[in-house]
Design a protein. Sequence first.
Length: 227
Amino acid sequence: MTILRAVALEKTYAPLSSGTPGLQLFRDLSLEVAAGEMVSVVGESGAGKSSLLHLLAALDKPTAGEVWCGDTNVTKLTPKQAGDYRNREIGYVWQFHYLLPEFTALENVAMPLLARGENRKQSLAEAAKWLEQVELGDRGHHRSGELSGGEQQRLSIARALITRPKLLLADEPTGDLDTVTAERVFTLLQRLHREHSLASVLVTHNLEFAARCDRMLRLSNGRLVPA
C-alpha cells in the first residue's frame, strides 16, 4: 500500500534582486513510498534534499505539483491542518535533536502527545515504553544535556515515533555522530522501521547506510533518479 506520493513537484524561489534569475530547485519530481519500505535519498550538498523533506512534511509548499500521504493532499492543508498532520501522520528526525533542555528525557518524548492535549500520566507512560524501545529506559529522568550525542538522537527518534505515525522522515540523522554511534542509530532506525511497518524516507550523505535501504535514489538536476 502506497503511503507517500509526490507528483510532479516543482519548487522555484524568487530572485533575490531584480535582474537576477530565480532558483528552480525541483522540476517534475515524483516519488512513491509504500508501507514497510525504506527509501534513501542522496545527492550533492545544495541539491535540495532537506527542502524535499520540508515539502513532504508540509513545512513548505511546492510551486506546483502535489504531495499525498494516504488520502490526505498535504499541499492543500492550512497551517493549522499542517501542524495536525505533522503531529499525527509523520515522525520527523532532524540532524540536530532539538530537545528541550529544561525537560527530562521522559517529558521530551511525551511532548507530541502533551502538545495535543492528551492526559499527562498516560502520555508519560507511553513515553516510558518508547524509551525502552530505543534502549534508554534507565535515562528517563535525565535532562537532555546529561545525555551523549547518540543518546540524544535516540531520544529524538522515540519522540518522533510516539504518535505512531505512518511515515518517518529523517534528515541526516547520523550526520553529527561518530562512526560507531552512527551505526547504532542507523541500525535502530532500521529496526523500528521494520517493527512498525513504516514508510520511511532517509536523507543521508552516508552511502553505506543509503545502500542498506530498500531503495536508493539520487536527487540530481531537480529530479529523483535511481542511484
